[in-house]
Design a binder for this molecule. Structure first.
Ligand code: ADP
Ligand code: ADP
Ligand code: ZN
Length: 216
């Protein structure tokens, strides 16, 4: 099973991808996470991408498609791939079809997380993650059970993304509207799109996605 989670910044793609990974053994392929790892490691890709990401603009189609191709060759994607934050342009959507076809795979669903734009700034500015294991949290919607301690690994170290500020979020939302939302009709024409209510609570969104994957 190969699925795309599509939605604006803060829609809940990463949150739902992590659930699917834990519950179904599928692999989360987040170009944002991969790019941040490249920035941290100081690779040539990371050096090129950093300023673009800090500004909230899109990294080039070639760069992201290259890293997705490499990632698809790793064994953990055998049970299924969840594309999180990719594709983000029509060119990337076309490249993804080719990358999958070369490997004898195909897309099963494009799941759109439908959210109110007003909620996104609050979601993004309240987002933080465990610096050790990457588990996602929110200042208001998902605090650790014990204050200051990661539920999953017990770490006391948390971090926030430099691009999760109100100004950059506006640019990222504009990029989504201009370049990413227009790919939905392309998938719609192929009968792949399913919609879920991204404003529901996290468990309910997870249940809606599970029902789609289980063909209910
Ligand atoms: P994306 O990957 O689409 O940018 P995330 O999954 O990182 O979004 O979610 C953004 C923030 O909103 C995170 O802090 C997360 O904990 C929170 N969040 C995710 N889903 C929901 C939801 N259904 N209701 C409330 N908050 C949510
Ligand atoms: P979010 O889902 O919260 O918007 P991501 O982690 O997916 O954030 O992406 C963070 C940044 O990384 C984007 O603003 C963009 O600069 C870059 N990026 C991630 N994925 C892509 C992609 N598929 N194409 C172009 N740029 C990307
Ligand atoms: Zn942790």
């Amino acid at each position: 099973m190969n699925i795309i989670l599509l939605g604006p910044p803060g829609a809940g793609k990463g949150t739902q991808a992590s659930r699917l990974e834990a519950e179904r053994g599928m692999a989360q392929l987040s170009t944002g996470d991969m790019l941040r790892a490249a920035v941290k490691a100081g690779t040539p890709t990371g050096i090129k991408a950093k300023a673009v990401m800090d500004a909230g603009e899109l990294v080039s189609d070639d760069i992201v498609s290259g890293i997705i191709g490499e990632r698809l060759d790793m064994a953990d994607t055998a049970k299924g791939a969840i594309f999180d934050g990719y594709p983000r342009t029509a060119a990337q959507a076309e490249l993804l079809d080719a990358l999958l076809a070369e490997r004898g795979r195909k897309l099963d669903y494009v799941i759109e997380l439908v959210v109110d734009e007003d909620a996104l700034v609050e979601r993004i500015t309240g987002r933080f993650t465990c610096a050790n294991c990457g588990t996602g949290y929110h200042d208001k919607f998902k605090l650790p059970k014990v204050e200051g301690t990661c539920d999953v690994c017990g770490s006391h170290d948390f971090k926030r993304r430099p691009d999760d500020n109100e100004e950059t979020v506006r640019t990222r939302m504009a990029e989504y509207r201009a370049k990413t939302a227009p790919i939905l009709p392309l998938y719609e024409a192929r009968g792949l799109v399913r919609r879920v209510d991204g404003m529901a609570d996290m468990d309910e969104v997870g249940a809606q996605i599970a029902a789609i994957l289980d063909g209910q």
